[in-house]
Design a protein around this ligand. Structure first.
Ligand code: SAM
Length: 236
C-alpha cells in the first residue's frame, strides 16, 4: 500500500515566518521588537483571513511588511531632529504599514493614522491597544477631509512628516499628502521600482502643492535583505 487513501485529508503544517528567531530582527528593530512581535503574531493569525495581507505574504510578514515599513524610520528622525512637535500623519494605513511599525520604533513621536475603511480602522484600534502604543491616534477619514480640517483650523495642525505605502500614484498622492505638512515638513513615501517615473510624471502637481526637491533614495531594510525605495519631497 502506498500514500493516502482517497478522500483522506492531510493536515497542513502551521505557517512560520522565514525570519522568526533571526538575530537580524533585534539588530534592526531594537527596543521596538517586543511590541512588533505582538503585531507580527496577530498578523500571522488574523492578517490573511481579515484581508490585510495576501495569502503568499504569511511566510514573509517580517521582511515584506514590518522591516519594509521600518525603512521610513531614519527619514522621519532626520526630518524631526530639530522639531519641538514631532508629529507624523500616516495616510491609508490599512493593516498598519508603515504607521504602526514606525510608531513602535519612535515612541517620542505622535502618530495619526488616517484610514477611511471601517474594518481597517477596527483592526488598527485593536493593534494599538494590544501593542500598548501610547503615541498613536487612529482617525477614520480620507486624507482630503483632514486637509480641509487643517485649513479651517478645526482642532488640527499641520504635521512635520507624512508617510504612506501603496496608497496612490504620486500624481494623486501629492494632493493627499503635501497639504497636510507644515513648512519644511517632509513626505516620506515607500514606493516600488517605478518611483522615479512617478515623480517625473507628477512634477507639476508636486510643485503646485508646495513640494520641492522630489527625489528617490534607496533605503536599507536589513543586512542581506533587498533594499527598498523611498520618495522624499520637502515642503517649501
Ligand atoms: C493598498 S492599501 C495599502 C495599505 C497599507 N498602507 C499597506 O501598505 O499595506 C491602500 C489604503 O489606502 C486607503 N485610502 C484610499 N484612499 C485614501 C484617501 N483618500 N485617504 C486616506 N486613505 C486612503 C485605503 O482604504 C487602503 O486602506
Amino acid at each position: 500500500m502506498s500514500g493516502e487513501s482517497a478522500g483522506s485529508t492531510v493536515a497542513s503544517a502551521p505557517v512560520t515566518d522565514e525570519l522568526d528567531g533571526s538575530p537580524l530582527l533585534a539588530d534592526v528593530l531594537g527596543d521596538a521588537l517586543p511590541k512588533l512581535e505582538i503585531f507580527h503574531d496577530k498578523l500571522m493569525r488574523e492578517g490573511e483571513p481579515r484581508g490585510l495581507i495576501g495569502p503568499r505574504d504569511v511566510a514573509i510578514v517580517w521582511e515584506r511588511h514590518i522591516l519594509n515599513s521600518a525603512a521610513v524610520v531614519p527619514f522621519i528622525r532626520e526630518t524631526t531632529r530639530n522639531e519641538r512637535y514631532k508629529t507624523v500623519a500616516d495616510i491609508g494605513s490599512g493593516g498598519g504599514f508603515p504607521g504602526l511599525v514606525a510608531a513602535a520604533c519612535l515612541p517620542d513621536h505622535r502618530f495619526t493614522l488616517i484610514e477611511p475603511m471601517e474594518r481597517r480602522v477596527e483592526w488598527l484600534d485593536e493593534c494599538v491597544r494590544e501593542m500598548g502604543l501610547k503615541n498613536v491616534e487612529v482617525v477614520r477619514a480620507r486624507s482630503e477631509e483632514i486637509i480641509a480640517r487643517i485649513r479651517k483650523r478645526d482642532g488640527l495642525y499641520p504635521f512635520a512628516v507624512a508617510t504612506c505605502r501603496a496608497v496612490a500614484p504620486m500624481t494623486k498622492l501629492s494632493g493627499w499628502t503635501l497639504p497636510l505638512l507644515k513648512s519644511h515638513g517632509r513626505l516620506v513615501a515607500l514606493k516600488g521600482r517605478s518611483a522615479q517615473a512617478e515623480i517625473d510624471k507628477a512634477a507639476k502637481e508636486i510643485a503646485k502643492r508646495g513640494g520641492v526637491r522630489p527625489r528617490v533614495v534607496e533605503a536599507e531594510v536589513g543586512p542581506g535583505l533587498e533594499p527598498t525605495h523611498v520618495v522624499l519631497v520637502d515642503k517649501r
